[in-house]
Design a protein. Structure first.
Length: 734
């Protein structure tokens, strides 16, 4: 049975609307209805009489459009007809509201590219500008300079983008990430640095030709300098993968030197022990220096480099000592107050037969990693077999969660280090669901339309990055950070094409999408879960088609969204109002994550989330579990790690580790509008508290650099009803 509304729409000839950005889209009469309702709701109570009045006006508007236009109509012509009909009907207050809204939208578009407007926001210290990144201290000069440069970069970037992409970004349909750097500059995003090639073959930095190191101390010093230089030449995170195996040969050089000295000065039966003891101290000192150097580095963009260290697979004495040193140093903490180090992010690999089970060779190091995670939240853990299953080969993520897919060069050699990501564009999925108004077919139609815009945005990212010259970033292209060393002049594209690099389609808000169709408690509804899985599969299929079309690896990326969860929700609140369990929370749920307000057990959360990377979100993913204080019960955390091993590839630990130096309290601080405070004594002075929260894939110090309010709300939602013993018992049952 066809409804009158459907009959009315079907009987109309097909015309298209030319948008301001030049796109042609099918005319949608429902958009006129929604615009009239939105304007009317601002000035009067909705009633059957008002509904009938708006329907009559809408019918006259649509009739005039089809009377005057048979093929294409410009958007401003439609708006003119709407305004005329409202005035002709005597609906002056609604007309005023509609005109004001349209005018304000035009102002907002112009202001987005007006550098002076943005600079005023920075000078007035508007929170959304100065606190966009929780690990950037906006009080210091170099950060202020970077924020100023970022404003200029964003303004120019919006003008460089294809008009329909820029428009979609400004409206909040998509998010073109890191616009303060790209596309203004043809920078790359995150990477796995080829430290092995650089340390073995030497490299140039500044005016210095750096030769291969002869000790582990020199090797770690070179690594810190490479990190600083790479981080200043790109805008994303960087990873030293398998650093225990990477540094072991240089630790062995120390050992051989000490053994040589021992043979001259130490009794024969003590020479081996002497050399090992000296080397063990060298390893500890080198890794401690690396920890401090990374935390004291400042890149050209005014922040500590977003750095990750992957380790855990080495089995030699040297590799084991490096692993133990990394964890022991992190447990000890920084400085005399033993504060938690924010960087580098530690990523420990679990592997069955190596360190997962009792009695395996490195099980003792797993125990040390568990202690470290209960006290410092890091390390996150990788499940070796699951990472291979999901991504085709084993490697750590680039930065916080972005994964490369398995890739082999023309000689059949597997290559991971030296590869990179070219950028991310994220879809606002909740907006599509809200626009669909319960109509699943309409949802898929809008979804396909937004996918097409995201595709154009990602292709533009690729084309823009290809415009770089090796001379723009010598450390990346000429001196080995990206693997192959290119001449100063020429194309950089050979390091990107043939799927060597990734470019990523991000997404936010699967929880909110399902809520729009099935209500806020849908997690155990198979139909709702299947909808969210199907969305991921559709994105994966689209990315695969784009990869085949262009020869670059388009991947589905479960977006890191420190401020984006707030931005999308804020924009949608303005457009749709406060929608229960969607916009009224003041934040959107990141990617495929379980609604944090439901307080799931870690095992429920992992069972729920494990399906999404497997469905296609293999270009970037991480799972978090929330815990109470676990420092006295690491076995509880081990139960979750073991349970996760066959289910998810990458797992992070969220446990309260805040510390008040005024009263000695340790645990979870209370969130406030501008930071966090000690629940015991009320202290909120950044100098006398150590507050560490997950702000993205990384940890952050939100007390020193407050985050947006929505992220406060999401981060502070912890599992209060479970203690460590309960978690361990649940794990044993599972």
């Amino acid at each position: 049975m066809i409804t009158l509304e459907e009959e009315r729409v079907l009987s109309q000839p097909r015309i298209r609307v030319m948008k301001r950005d030049g796109r042609l889209v099918d005319f949608d009469a429902q958009k006129i209805d929604r615009a009239l309702h939105k304007a009317s709701q601002e000035v009067e109570e909705m009633s059957p009489q008002v509904e009938a009045k708006l329907r009559t006006i809408s019918d006259r508007i649509i009739a005039e459009i089809f009377e005057r236009f048979s093929k294409d109509v410009k958007i401003y012509e439609i708006q003119s007809i709407v305004e005329h009909e409202l005035l002709a009907s005597g609906e002056y207050t609604i007309a005023k509201e509609y005109i004001n809204y349209r005018t304000q939208r035009d102002f907002d578009r112009q202001k987005a590219t007006d550098i002076n407007v943005a600079i005023d926001k920075l000078l007035n210290k508007e929170q959304a500008v100065v606190n966009e990144n929780a690990n950037k201290d906006s009080e210091v000069f170099n950060t202020q300079r970077d924020l100023t440069a970022g404003i200029v970069g964003k303004s120019i970037g919006l003008k460089l983008l294809p008009p329909h992409v820029a428009n979609a970004h400004q409206k909040g349909d998509i998010h073109f990430h890191d616009m303060d750097y790209s596309p203004y500059t043809p920078m790359t995003n995150c990477c796995l640095i080829d430290f092995k090639g650089m340390l073995e073959n030497g490299f140039k930095m500044g005016n210095a030709e750096v030769e291969s190191p002869k000790s582990i101390q020199t090797a770690t010093a070179q690594i810190s300098q490479i990190i600083a230089n790479v981080a200043s030449s790109q805008y994303g995170g960087c990873t030293a993968d398998r650093i225990d195996e990477l540094l072991a040969p240089y630790a062995e050089l120390n050992y051989q030197k000490h053994l040589k000295d021992a043979k001259e000065w130490v009794a024969e039966d003590k020479q081996e022990a002497y050399a090992r003891q000296k080397t063990q101290k060298d390893i500890y000192d080198a890794m401690q220096s690396l920890e401090y150097e990374i935390n004291t580095l400042f890149t050209s963009n005014g922040q500590t480099p977003f750095t990750s260290l992957g380790f855990g697979l080495g089995t030699s004495w040297f590799e084991r000592e490096i692993q133990k040193a990394i964890l022991t140093i992190r447990i000890k903490g920084l400085g005399s107050e033993h504060r938690t180090a924010i960087f580098p992010k530690l990523i420990f690999t679990l592997k069955s037969g190596l360190n997962l089970e009792v009695g395996t060779p490195n099980y003792d190091i797993k125990q040390l990693a568990l202690e470290c995670a209960t006290k410092r939240m890091y390390p996150d853990v990788l499940s070796y077999d699951k990472i291979v299953e999901l991504t085709g080969s084993f490697k750590a993520p680039m930065g916080c969660r972005s994964f490369l897919q398995g890739w082999w060069d023309e000689n059949g050699q597997e290559v991971n280090s030296g590869r990179m990501n070219l950028g991310v564009v994220t879809l606002n999925l909740p907006r599509i669901a809200l626009e669909a108004e319960g109509d699943i077919e309409r949802f898929w139609d809008i979804f396909k339309e937004r996918l097409a815009i995201a595709k154009d945005a990602l292709v533009y990212r690729v084309e823009r990055v290809k415009e770089a010259s090796p001379a723009n970033a010598p450390i990346l292209y000429q001196y080995g950070a990206f693997g192959k060393r290119l001449p100063k002049v020429g194309s950089v594209d050979e390091l990107f094409r043939n799927r060597r690099a990734t470019v990523s389609l991000g997404y936010i808000g699967l929880y909110e999408v399902a809520t729009a169709f099935y209500g806020g408690a849908w997690e155990h509804n198979p139909a709702a879960k299947n909808l969210t899985i199907d969305i991921v599969r559709q994105m994966k299929e689209a990315c695969e088609d784009w990869s085949n079309e262009y020869g670059y690896h388009f991947s589905v990326y479960s977006t890191p969204s420190e401020s984006l969860t707030d931005r999308f929700c804020r924009l949608d609140s303005e457009k749709f109002g406060l929608v229960p369990d969607i916009t009224d929370k003041e934040y959107y749920t990141n990617s495929f994550h379980y609604d944090v307000r439901k307080n799931p057990t870690p095992f429920e959360k992992l069972d729920f989330e494990k399906d999404y990377p497997a469905a296609g979100a293999t270009g970037g993913f991480i799972h978090y579990c929330e815990y109470p204080v676990l420092q006295q019960n690491p076995k509880a955390l081990e139960a979750v790690w073991d349970y996760a091993y066959t289910r998810v590839g990458y797992l992070g630990t969220n446990t309260p580790i805040d510390h008040c130096y005024a009263c000695g309290f340790e645990g979870d601080f209370e969130p406030t509008e501008r930071g966090f405070k000690c629940p015991n004594c009320g202290n909120s002075d950044p100098k006398t508290v150590d507050v560490v929260k997950r702000t993205c894939g990384y940890l952050g110090n939100p007390q020193a650099r407050p985050m947006v309010n929505g992220r406060h709300k999401e981060i502070s939602a912890r599992v209060k009803h479970m203690n460590g013993s309960t978690i361990a018992q649940e794990g044993a049952k599972a």
